[in-house]
Ligand binder design. Structure first.
Ligand SMILES: [Zn+2]
Length: 344
């Protein structure tokens, strides 16, 4: 299969991250792209260049207010006396329908859910090209490819329509799914990152035209904490079109595959004709953000189960952090997909 990546996605180079109140280096490093490209190449994938589809398909998902914020906030922040090199919020509203302040500090609190999405000089450019990479991947499927891998970085699934969070700024999977939807198809987004895809859920929560599913570590004791329970099934017209499968911390290959089968059956029942997989590699047993115990061989089994759906599939890179096996895990996943035969 082909893989899509643009070097400009490396310009976002976050420094700060807080874990349990302790300042640490940010785990979402540009170096991830080198290891992921190595994995894609090891799986036999051929690189294609990212195309520019402009701001329109991004603005179909994200509010104009938020996009203006993302593009300009770093410059505005630097005008504040004593401001840090990166935009990190220190106050948050209790609700969304509140006063929208003119202050850069106030807007940062409104649009950034946590301290894990610091905005630096290169953030907008990288987020923009990460979204274009997902759109290029979607375009490959629309041109007739059976599968494609979009090496999106920064990742996207924690980004809501008007809010960044958890290393994410633009929701690449949602942007790709919307593009696919607008060609008359019926897309579903299956999120297999170890963290709940709260941004993706939020974007489509009141809609029935895109099915959203997420398999993740139980948020009772894992990021993003406030979203991801099985009771969140969608609202209004969207009721019954969001499907969460929280699993215990430490879940391994066999139990994971049982849950995956349930998700795949729901995808079939929706009449899904194009699948977007929000592909986190952080369910890996030795990932630094450890939540599950998926093995390198387990990723191939997961991909093989998805392949059996036999529908065009776009893989959009989400999490998966620096560890020795990051390349191998991606290679195992992509090879597992390519080598699984269809018995029909
Ligand atoms: Zn994750």
């Amino acid at each position: 299969m082909k893989y899509v990546f643009d070097e400009r996605q490396k310009r976002h180079d976050p420094k700060h991250f807080f874990a349990n109140g302790t300042p640490l280096p940010n785990p979402e490093q540009p170096e991830r792209t080198r290891l992921l490209q190595k994995g894609a190449k090891a799986a036999g994938c051929k690189h294609v260049l990212t195309k520019d589809f402009g701001l329109g398909p991004i603005a179909a998902i994200h509010s104009a207010e938020y996009l203006a914020f993302l593009e300009n906030i770093h410059t505005r922040w630097q005008r504040i006396d004593g401001a840090s090199d990166e935009v990190i919020p220190n106050i948050h509203p209790m609700a969304r329908n509140v006063n929208y302040p003119k202050s850069a500090v106030g807007q940062a609190g409104y649009h950034q859910a946590d301290t894990a999405c610091p905005i630096s000089a290169g953030t907008w450019e990288s987020a923009y090209w990460s979204a274009q990479t997902a759109l290029t991947g979607a375009d490959l499927l629309l041109e007739g490819e059976k599968a494609a891998y979009a090496l999106c970085r920064p990742p996207g699934h924690h980004a809501f329509a008007d809010m960044a969070g958890g290393f994410c700024f633009l929701n690449n999977s949602a942007i790709a799914a919307e593009k696919i939807l607008r060609t008359g198809r019926r897309p579903a987004i299956l999120d297999i990152d170890v963290h709940h895809g709260n941004g993706t859920q939020g974007i489509f929560y009141e809609r029935k035209d895109v099915l959203t599913l997420s398999i993740h570590a139980d948020p009772d004791r894992f990021y993003p904490f406030f979203w991801g329970s099985g009771q969140e099934r969608g609202e209004g017209e969207g009721q019954g079109y969001n499907f969460n499968l929280p699993l215990p911390r430490g879940t391994g290959d066999d139990h994971y595959l049982v849950a995956l089968q349930t998700a795949l059956e729901r995808i079939e029942s929706f009449g899904t004709d194009v699948l977007v997989v929000a592909l986190g590699l952080d369910p890996y047993e030795k990932d630094p953000l450890k939540g599950f115990s998926i093995t390198t061989a387990g990723f191939a089994r997961i991909a093989g189960a998805i392949k059996k759906l036999d529908i065009p599939t776009l893989f959009v890179q989400e999490g998966g952090y620096l560890c020795e096996e990051l390349s191998d895990n991606l290679a195992s996943f992509l090879q597992g997909f390519e080598s699984t035969g269809l018995e029909k």
